[in-house]
Design a protein around this ligand. Structure first.
Ligand SMILES: *Cc1c(COP(=O)(O)O)cnc(C)c1O
Length: 223
């Protein structure tokens, strides 16, 4: 089941890269395994998947221990409480959901010296979002400037979670707006747009996504 779905999603990504004139292999599949058991991650891993995303710190740390023998690149994509930054800095390769200078400073200070800089994305709340997480587009240039100066973390780009939308063209709109805003910030050498989930990954790829975060389409619905 999971291997077949993985193959299907990778093929959809490849098709979309071609259709929307994206570079081959410019879109990375992040398998979002929150609430799913380590055994599901192991199955996807055996089928070739290497990047996994988790939303809850405690849950992720347990799975990381269980899967210690696997060469997984771990991404944190959930809301960040400041008492969790130490664990995130020590146990993840990427954090997509940074939405304040305070959180970025803590991650920078707490990143262990023996590890490569932590890759981070700033979460931007496009106006149509239901969640309270994320900075506004207006705040993005200044936060980029401040975060880019911090040691031990590497500012890679932005992440967005638009409100669900059925219509394909309407799915593209928030991604287009954010993509255009990022192009104007080229001084920061951002290379990552963490855009797109199970229901809108094609629209996200059309607008320049470089990481699609796919959960239910790969692992099945979450209870
Ligand atoms: C759960 C989650 C996803 C995956 O959502 P699906 O609709 O299951 O693909 C992607 N990004 C974030 C931030 C999430 O919390």
């Amino acid at each position: 089941m999971i291997p077949n779905r993985l193959k299907e999603i990778l093929s959809q990504i490849k098709q979309a890269e071609i259709h929307y004139h994206r570079q081959p292999d410019s879109v990375l599949l992040l398998a979002v395994s929150k609430t799913k058991p380590s055994s599901d991650i192991a199955v996807a891993y055996q089928a070739g998947q290497r990047h996994f995303g988790e939303s809850y710190c405690q849950e992720a740390l347990i799975k990381q221990r269980e899967l210690g023998a696997y060469a997984i690149t771990w991404h944190f994509i959930g809301p960040i409480q400041s008492n969790k930054t130490k664990a995130l800095a020590a146990h993840f390769d990427w954090v997509h959901s940074v939405d304040s200078l305070n959180i970025a400073q803590r991650l920078s200070k707490q990143r262990p010296a023996n590890l490569a800089p932590l890759n981070i994305c700033l979460q931007v709340n496009m106006s149509n979002e239901l969640s309270k997480s994320g900075i506004s587009l207006d705040e993005l240039p200044q936060l980029c400037e401040q975060v880019a100066l911090l040691p031990n973390i590497k500012l890679r780009g932005v992440m967005a979670i638009p409100a669900p939308e059925d219509d394909f063209e309407r799915q593209r709109l928030p991604y287009k707006t954010l993509s255009q805003a990022i192009n104007k910030l080229d001084c920061f050498k951002l290379d990552t747009l963490s855009f797109g989930m199970s229901d809108d990954l094609i629209a996200a790829i059309a607008e320049g996504s470089t990481i699609v975060r796919v959960g239910s389409a790969l692992f099945g619905a979450r209870s």
